[in-house]
Design a protein around this ligand. Structure first.
Ligand code: SF4
Length: 379
């Protein structure tokens, strides 16, 4: 679309080359944010310019709008998900990731079915109604294993949602998990731009396949989550604008974003960390572009700033995902350095979160925390 930002002429996303967008004044940036609020869409050039214009005034302007939009959609509710990181084995070799297969220093572990069920038991007692089973792409857990696990959780906890975050699998596998009772699936696309994807992954990884997985998940009926890192090596405002465009096309129910944080045993060990301010700004822009999103304030945000979760909520986030994994394995699931909350028992985490969320005027609710469209369908 073309935004009405005074006398400036805007090129469309189709005809710009890299770095061809206007430098915005604050007033022009505000008008673009208004436009995003009304139309839920900006061209790649406009979005790249808006992202590049990131500054305190625009962040405040976007944050206030995003919070009002989020409150209209979901009230003061913050949804909690119990994260169970059940394996840190992975067959992939993403350059940014601490559990990539080439990292021989990673201390590998797998949780048994009994361990996982114990995490769910503890989580249920603490008020969690969503369990997120997350792991590297570990072939040890075959489709049969995963189906068995889903059925067991579904039987023992019929009122709880089951979210999977176990990477790329074929459509048939996703269909089996769905039939077994999984409700949601998280698969960050990491970057929607092909050239950037190639910088972050080895040649045998395919962005096309990753995106196809997301389309398959949506078609099957999962509440689907994609997402990206902010400030990953080589990322430009145009790349981020492509992420926004992909999200607009996919219309996921969830989007997870967090700052890139380097891990010392990866090829990106010496790269600069992503910025908290930019992450918060993008959270607000996501909320404005797609008001109904379930948006987590991620652990990575808290890792780079002690009030990261609270700031994330103030910027428009409405989900937090504390760790339910056994304390003994938490620091082994180290995708990046310095991950927080690896030592606290689940109950401590739950209480601490409650206080933090209340400190910014919100409340944790005991519910599955489905996307608003799903709730509408069921009511
Ligand atoms: S980012 Fe995910 S797929 Fe890539 S190496 Fe890490 S766990 Fe594996």
């Amino acid at each position: 679309m073309k935004a009405d930002v005074g006398s400036m002429t805007w090129r469309t996303g189709d005809d710009i080359g890299v770095s061809e967008y206007m430098l915005l004044t604050v007033e022009e940036g505000k008008r673009l944010i208004d436009c995003l609020e009304q139309e839920h869409e900006l061209s790649i050039a406009e979005m790249a310019a808006l992202i590049d214009a990131n500054c305190p005034e625009l962040r405040d302007y976007a944050r206030i709008k995003a919070r009002a939009i989020g409150d209209r959609q979901y009230g003061k509710n913050i949804y909690i998900r119990g994260l169970i990181e059940f394996t840190n084995y992975c067959k992939n070799d993403c350059y940014y990731c601490g559990i990539r297969c080439s990292n021989t220093k990673a201390d590998r572990y797998r949780l048994s079915k009994e361990d996982i069920m114990a995490c769910c038991r503890e989580g249920k007692k603490l008020g969690f109604r969503t369990f997120v089973l997350q792991g590297g792409e570990d072939p040890y857990y075959t489709d049969d294993h995963i189906v068995d696990l889903i059925r067991q959780i579904r039987t023992d906890y019929p009122d709880c949602a089951i979210t999977l975050s176990i990477g790329e699998r074929e459509r048939e596998s996703y269909e089996r998990f769905w039939k077994a009772g999984a409700d949601r699936y998280l698969l960050r696309h990491e970057t929607a731009a092909e050239s950037h994807y190639q910088k972050l992954h080895p040649h045998n990884s395919s962005l096309k396949h990753r995106k196809q997985c997301l389309w398959n998940l949506k078609e099957i009926g999962y509440q689907t989550g994609c997402g990206f890192m902010v400030g990953s090596p080589g990322q430009t405002p145009e790349h981020l604008a492509e992420d926004f465009q992909f999200i607009r096309e996919l219309q996921p129910e969830m989007v997870g974003i967090g700052p890139f944080i380097p891990h010392s045993d990866t090829p990106f060990a010496k790269e600069a960390q992503g910025s908290m301010e930019l992450t918060l700004y993008l959270l607000s822009l996501l909320r404005i572009q797609q008001p109904d999103l379930l948006l987590p304030a991620t652990t990575a945000l808290t890792t780079i700033h002690p009030r990261g979760r609270e700031l994330g909520i103030e910027a428009g986030a409405n989900v937090v995902m504390p760790n339910l994994s056994p304390v003994g394995v938490r620091d082994k699931y180290a995708l990046y350095d310095g991950k927080v909350c690896t030592g606290d028992e689940a109950a401590e985490c739950r209480n601490c979160l409650e206080r933090r969320v209340e400190s910014v005027g919100y409340r944790i609710v005991v519910s599955r925390g489905d996307h608003c469209d799903v709730k509408l369908m069921e009511s």
